[in-house]
Design a protein around this ligand. Structure first.
Ligand code: FEO
Ligand code: CA
Ligand code: CA
Ligand code: CA
Length: 576
């Protein structure tokens, strides 16, 4: 009773139109609340946010980081939980009161402190349904300077990881994951962009080139003020990044652990599922022409946990090959198997994992259009992968050349077993605007481009988030004008019906996806409001406030990434 009859099946809300407003727009009957914007103190006695960005590095280390991304809510009770979220990068135009023309060690330290992960306790007021951050010993920051451990086949003492000082920090924390044993996973994506050098005698090795490590490859220029990031002075530091990192939100003093068995690349995320008691982790490598991987744990994960060992340290990493006949296989990245032999120049499993991309090249994996998030359907274990946009890689798995709007692949692992080594795949949805591409079959309520975040709710609804950025615009400077701002859409995976649920402020992507256990609150992140995007046919502007001033709308302030909580005014379940 009282269920609005806006459609049949899983989608029970009225679509919001595409738009370009500087606001979070949600369907009729829903409301949106801003939570923990960048700079919020971790605890009430912490350093207060200064809107002119004059907070110090030490302040930032005790405040919520910038550019919120992947996220997961770990419930404590029905109305409280630990929210763990990623901070992907910094916008140096907004981070410092006096800009970034001159870099100092203090400025690099502030940028490092704005990266990483926040864990904060949040609580819901039963009467209003609103959530608030509360003081807690669990509230913590992990940053680019936090001491970290290495585990699995690649140890911190490996010669390729021998750099100045002990290993510390995690950077470019894009998407996330969470494990059945209650830990959070954060992933290192575009870590190469933090390293550079002024030393003209430095040239990249083939391996460094394969990962985009370059003398002038950094927009951040941290090497100008901190030798840690100087490729000529501290070359191996770069090999300490590119990993999947596990954090125990319930042990605030525990060190984050880099789980090396999952390989080293530009990890978008890590989607964990179980099959036959074994753990399976899917992870995309988000760059044009890169691959999608899966890790299959050895033996039952509960047995490893019982013995105080990590299920993520023992298992096999595979990379996907998509054949044009709709079948596919998982190719093992194991030293001594296939092309990965000593005769071919491979030393051991640690070597294979440090050079994961090269190993995947050697076994003949399928290049894809920027593999982003993976979601596993809780009902039938089908796997969905967003390919955000690219050149049209992948044979038939890349149905458009070039591919400015992206698409979503779906596959069924053999026998519905996620540990299986073969699968059947199809293009689940071709994103885009039929006004520009007649092969796109989406109505005005579903038109979208550059799918990125993806995930299921407990009812089996598939949620799709978009990230139209300057890079997608470069592929099609027009063609996004009817799509407008980034958005969140809901999809019925059986009928393939897609309906727009939320439109983000100007310049912001929508990312991170998690629910209260009762399904009555949906948490998403609004990242980089104010990023200039020619989606609206406007020239690039230098001041992000000219594009967006969300959520404070203070002319003396600046746009801030934040978490947004969506609830229904009648207190019902989201999406129904
Ligand atoms: Fe950080 Fe691939 O999105
Ligand atoms: Ca992403
Ligand atoms: Ca993206
Ligand atoms: Ca992003």
């Amino acid at each position: 009773p009282g269920r609005p009859d806006h459609g049949k099946g899983l989608l029970g809300f009225k679509a919001v139109p595409a738009g370009t407003a500087d606001a979070v727009v949600v369907p009729e009957g829903y409301s949106a609340q801003v939570l923990i914007p960048w700079g919020t103190p971790l605890n009430s006695h912490g350093p207060r946010w200064k809107k002119d960005a004059s907070n110090s590095a030490a302040d930032q280390a005790r405040q919520i980081g910038s550019n919120h991304d992947g996220m997961h809510l770990f419930p404590l009770t029905r109305d409280a939980g630990l929210l763990a979220l990623n901070h992907e990068y910094v916008d140096t135009r907004g981070l410092y009161a006096d800009g970034d023309e001159v870099l100092t060690k203090e400025k690099v330290d502030k940028a490092l402190a704005a990266h990483g992960v926040s864990v904060v306790k949040i609580r819901r007021d039963r009467a209003s349904g609103a959530w608030e951050q509360v003081d807690s010993p669990f509230n913590r920051r992990v940053t680019g300077s936090t001491p970290v451990r290495f585990s699995g086949p690649v140890s911190a003492a490996h010669p390729e990881l021998r750099a100045a000082g002990d290993p510390k920090g995690t950077l470019n924390n894009c998407s996330s994951g969470h494990t059945p044993w209650g830990t959070y996973i954060t992933c290192e994506e575009n870590w190469n962009t933090y390293f550079g050098t002024e030393d003209a005698s430095w040239t990249p090795s083939a391996e460094e080139k394969r990962y985009g490590v370059a003398a002038a490859g950094t927009p951040y220029r941290w090497h100008e003020a901190d030798e840690r990031f100087d490729l000529a002075k501290n070359r191996k530091e770069v090999n300490r990044f590119g990993w999947v990192v596990e954090i125990d939100p319930f042990a605030p003093r525990s060190a984050p652990v880099k789980r090396t068995a999952l390989g080293r690349f530009k990890h978008e995320g890590a989607t964990v599922t179980e099959s036959k008691g074994r753990v399976v982790v899917y992870s995309g490598d988000d760059q044009d022409g890169e691959y999608v991987y899966k890790f299959v744990g050895q033996g039952r994960w509960r047995d490893w946990i019982r013995r105080g060992r990590s299920p993520l340290d023992h298992g096999t990493l595979y990379v996907a090959k998509f054949d044009d006949d709709g079948s596919g296989v998982w190719l093992p990245l194991v030293f001594g198997q296939g092309a990965l032999t000593e005769a071919n120049g491979w030393k051991d499993q640690a070597d294979v994992l440090i050079r994961t991309r090269t190993a995947a090249d050697a076994v003949g994996a399928t290049k894809l259009d920027r593999p982003e998030w993976v979601a596993v359907d809780p009902k039938n274990k089908d796997v969905f992968l967003t390919l955000t946009n690219g050149s049209g890689n992948g044979g038939k798995a890349g149905p458009r050349k070039p591919n400015p709007y992206g698409h979503i692949l779906r596959w069924a692992e053999k026998g519905g077993d996620n540990t299986a080594l073969s699968f059947k795949w199809e293009v689940f949805v071709l994103s885009g605007d039929p006004a520009y591409d007649k092969t796109v079959k989406l109505g005005p309520e579903a038109v979208h481009g550059s799918p990125d975040g993806i995930g299921f709710d407990a009812d089996g609804r598939l949620w799709i988030q978009t990230d139209i950025s300057n890079s997608s615009q470069n592929l099609a400077s027009k063609g996004y004008d009817n799509i407008g701002n980034n958005m969140l859409l809901a999809c019925d995976p059986e009928t393939r019906e897609i309906r727009r649920f939320l439109v983000a402020p100007r310049g912001a992507e929508v990312t991170g996806l998690t629910f209260a256990p009762d399904g009555r609150s949906l948490f998403v992140n609004v990242q980089h409001p104010g990023e200039s995007t020619p989606a609206w046919g406007e020239p690039t502007v230098d001041d992000p406030r000219a594009v967006s001033n969300w959520p404070d709308f203070d002319p003396a302030g600046r746009p801030r990434s934040a978490t947004v909580v969506i609830t229904r005014k009648d207190g019902g379940r989201i999406g129904t």
